[in-house]
Design a protein. Structure first.
Length: 293
């Protein structure tokens, strides 16, 4: 197994940084992983998840969204608060689709045969919602270009509806009037905020950011994992995703929380039991997909 940096330069935009987990033998395919809200690619046990996928023959790529609050120099600290405040759902969607397109380019380093192998997108929490949107959008665009599309969509504790995550009533009005919505990162004890442009962006692109529409459109296989004890994103989100998907596999984990037992920092040399179970079940899902291709 090999770990290597990933960098995607884009004109007039911040570069997208990531980390490859590469198998020692020929890869079975590629999995792109998207982190969640107030998260980053190195959060908790995500690195061990990537190692496990690579050990089982899959190229696994974790990326940081460019406005998640971290920087390339400090990838595990919230030091770019202005960037965090300026982030939007559509920005994250554009970045996810840009990486998917890059992974389908001919001769993609470090595996020139990756173009024709299965490509999956996987996301946790808010990243799971973005993965749903990116899977449908990139699959459609790639196929229109005569390329292989997206083989499967994988969501872990994913959000099924972005609109319901916004405040309502007086809180929404106060946000509009002040221009800032305060949020607290309880782990780091930092005051963060979202600019009003976050809401404006969503309102201007509601159709494009409709997760239900995207999941119904996506024709590939979909794996949905969720915990019954998820206090951050209720299990009904997973049930809705499974209802919308054309080819769904639903895993509901009893007594599993939002991060499947992981936390930041994660100091153990192995995955927590719940996350190990979800990881192994996801790998089984991917293997089943290879068998029917």
């Amino acid at each position: 197994m090999q770990a290597l940096p990933f960098l995607l330069e884009r004109a007039n935009e911040r570069p997208i940084h990531g980390r490859w987990h590469l198998p020692s033998a020929d890869a079975k395919g590629t999995v792109l992983f998207l982190h969640g809200y107030k998260g980053y690619m190195d959060w908790g046990a995500w690195g061990y998840v990537g190692d496990t996928f690579a050990q089982n023959g899959w190229r696994f790529l974790r990326i940081n969204f460019t406005h998640n609050g971290t920087t390339a120099a400090q990838p595990k600290a919230f030091v770019d608060l202005e960037g965090f405040a300026a982030n939007t759902y559509s920005r994250e969607l554009e970045e996810a689709t840009a990486v998917l397109h890059a992974l389908r380019e001919e001769g993609t380093w470090p595996d020139p045969t990756a173009t024709s192998k299965p490509l999956s997108i996987m996301g946790h929490s808010r990243g799971g919602g973005i993965a749903c949107l990116a899977a449908a959008e990139a699959d459609n665009t790639l196929k229109r270009q005569g390329k292989q599309g997206i083989h499967s969509l994988i969501t872990w504790a994913a959000v099924a509806d972005f609109g319901s995550r916004f405040p309502t009533g007086a809180a929404l009005k106060n946000w509009e009037q002040s221009g800032e919505l305060e949020v607290i990162n309880h782990r780091t004890r930092q005051r963060l905020w979202h600019n009003w442009s976050f809401r404006e962006d969503f309102e201007s692109q509601t159709r494009r950011l409709n997760i239900e529409q995207a999941v119904r459109q996506f024709s590939g296989r979909t794996f949905i994992a969720h915990g019954t004890d998820d206090a951050a994103v209720d299990q009904t989100h997973a049930e809705r995703l499974a209802t919308w998907a054309q080819h769904p596999t639903l895993m509901m984990g009893e007594e599993m929380g939002h991060t499947f037992g992981a936390k930041e920092p994660w100091t153990e040399p192995v995955l927590p039991p719940a996350l190990e179970a979800v990881t192994q079940t996801t790998l089984h899902f991917l293997e089943e997909g290879r068998a029917v291709q």
